[in-house]
Every structure is written in C-alpha cells, then in structure tokens.
Design a protein around this ligand. Structure first.
Ligand code: N2P
Length: 353
C-alpha cells in the first residue's frame, strides 16, 4: 500500500494525519447559497454499466451540456482516483460505506437542496439514511446485492453457498470479484461471521479461506466477467445481481443466487466533489436523474433496484426491495474505521499469494 493511501485510510478512520489539513472554504460549501449559471460541460465518474442507454445523451440534448463520462470497476479504483486530488470530476457514485472516508477527508461538497426539486421521488426507506442523515452529501442512485452468478447449462448442481469457490471441481471456471471488501466479506459470511468483522481470528480464517479459493479461480474480475459468463469461459462467478441480470439478457442460462449463509447489500449514491468545476450542471444532472422516467429507464437497463419510488412504479422490470425475511440474510457494508488498513493489507496479501 502506498504512503498516500495509508494516510488516506488513517484520515478516514479519524486518526491523526500529519501534513494534511482541510482545504480552505469555498463559496459552494454553503448548501443554501445559489450556484452560478449553467456551465456548458459536466464530468461524471461512475461504475461501468450503471446508467441507461439514453441517460447521458438525454441530458446533453435537453440541457446543451457536453458530458465527459468515465467509468470504474470498484470503490477502490474510485478512491484511488479521488485521493490524488484535482480529478476534474463533478460527480461520482460511491457505495455508502465510503461516505465517512470521503466526507471526512474533505473530498465532497454539499448538495444544494434548492436545485433538487425532484428529491421527493425517493422512497422514504432511502431518505435520511444512516450514512448521511441530514442528506448533506448524497443523492441515492441504485442498490443491489452480491451473490453468485452461474451457468445453469454447464453446472449441474446449482451453487447455493460461498463454499462453491472452495470446490476444486470448478477449478479455472470460477471468478471472484477484484474487490477486497467483497472477497473477504464473502469468506467471512461463509464462516458465519459478520460482513464487516474486525476480529483478528475471523480475519485470519477469512484470509486462509480466500487463499484456498484463489487456487480454484481463473481470475479476480468484477463486472467485466459478464462477457466470460456469456461466452461460457466462466461458469460460476461472484457478482452483483444487476450485472448478472444484464448478462442473463444475452445468455438466458445464467442464473443468480444469494448464498444461504448471507451476503452484502449496498446502496450507491451520487456525490458532489468538492472541487467540482461545474457545480450548477452537476445539480441539474442530479435533478434530471431524479425524474421518475429517467430513473426507471436506468434501472431497467442496469438490472439494479431503484430507490426512486416514482421511477420504480414505471419500470418494466422492477426489482423489489428484499423482504424482511430476505433482509435477515443481508448486511450492508460499513465503514471499517481503523480496521480498513488491516483489511487492505490482507487483501494485498491474498492477491499476491
Ligand atoms: C457495476 C454496478 C455495481 C455497483 N456495474 C456496485 N456497487
């Protein structure tokens, strides 16, 4: 791990951070203040395959704004980009567990509610969430769960638990995600431990299990595994439900299961970056994606759940929020505090084993 990354994680954990102070205040830091006129450009950094086919183009057409749109494959990749500073982006879409780290490091700017007239479309369940109780930083985008996608035509016995990754019968036909929170989290659930465990003995068992699983894996690969599943090169993959649903549209033999031991659930939200060069265009975009028809088209395309109640009602393929019974098996990723450094080290060791 690089020194700057260690410093960042330390800051996220609220530890002393020598040589780093909060940036000086900016006009846009006051969420009640009006923003300037609409800029002609906007820069967005989002997960791959996480909007509808017309989400960006529709905004460009209607608002006369040119959008620079780049994608990433993990929260880690997002963090790495943002911590270098001056990314040039206005908006990004972290998972909720990153919020304490991002806001605590002064990387975010507050959203200005006066421009978010469509916020009332968000379902009450997703309003004032624990990671942003005053709705200072976030506008919820989509939610999903992590499970196992598999080829029903190539694997006779449906996998239903995380132990499948330890099964050498599927050696080189399996992948887990290129994401430490997901891989270590899955191995913790496999042993019946909490998803965000910081106990040293549990973490060392999870590490040993992950290393045993690694011997069977073709690769660590996240959303980009869709192509390998469709092609039949990968038969069993740790994956998110929406990306699995996207792949299943092209190859109907792809199934998806939430492992019986339990799994992760997460919400990803749009955040404003503090150094956003185009804050007004960013707010117009946020209000645009809060429209029911825009939210519905996006979630129909991605296969993920929409926190937008008015949008979900318009979806062709709505994803119902898990029932209480299902939720009992699901856990939200949480900020790990000081233990983030330990997790990070373990993940580095697993990958280099
Ligand atoms: C990637 C979207 C998944 C987001 N296609 C994971 N939090």
């Amino acid at each position: 791990m690089t020194t700057s990354r260690r410093a960042f994680l330390a800051a996220a954990a609220g530890l002393a951070l020598p040589g780093c102070r909060r940036a000086t205040p900016r006009a846009d830091d006051d969420p009640a203040a009006p923003l300037g006129p609409l800029e002609r450009e906007l820069a967005i950094y989002n997960w791959s395959d996480y909007v509808g086919s017309d989400t960006i183009a529709g905004f460009e057409r209607e608002f006369g704004v040119r959008v620079t749109y780049d994608t990433y494959e993990s929260n880690e990749e997002l963090l790495a980009k943002l911590q270098t500073g001056a990314s040039g982006y206005d908006l990004a879409v972290p998972s909720s567990y990153l919020l304490p780290a991002l806001s605590g490091s002064g990387l975010l700017g507050p959203v200005h509610p006066r421009y978010l007239t469509n916020l009332g479309n968000i379902a009450p369940l997703f309003r004032h969430p624990p990671y942003d109780p005053a709705e200072t930083w976030t506008v919820p985008w989509q939610w999903g769960v992590t499970g196992i996608a598999w080829r029903r035509d190539l694997v006779a016995q449906p996998p239903d638990g995380w132990e499948v990754f330890l099964d050498a019968r599927w050696k080189n036909r399996m992948t887990m995600m290129d994401d430490g929170r997901e891989v270590i989290g899955a191995m913790l659930k496999y042993r019946g431990r909490p998803l965000n465990d910081t106990d040293a003995a549990s973490l060392s068992a999870a590490k040993a299990d992950a290393e045993r699983a690694r011997a069977n894996l073709r690769a660590y690969k996240s959303a980009t595994v869709k192509g390998d599943l469709i092609a039949g090169d990968v038969w069993i993959a740790q994956l998110w439900n929406g990306d699995a649903a996207q792949a299943a549209r092209e190859q109907p033999a792809i199934g998806f299961v939430v492992p019986r031991q339990g799994a992760a659930i997460w919400t990803d939200s749009f955040v404003m970056l503090r150094e956003a060069p185009h804050p007004r265009a960013a707010h117009e975009f946020l209000n645009y994606v809060l429209r029911p028809e825009v939210a519905a088209a996006a979630s129909d395309a991605t296969g993920y759940g929409s926190p937008n109640a008015a949008g979900a009602a318009l979806q062709r393929r709505p994803v119902p929020y898990p029932t209480a019974e299902e939720r009992a098996r699901l856990e939200y990723f949480a900020d790990l505090g000081a233990a983030a450094m330990t997790w990070d080290r373990i993940w580095t060791e697993i990958k280099s084993a």
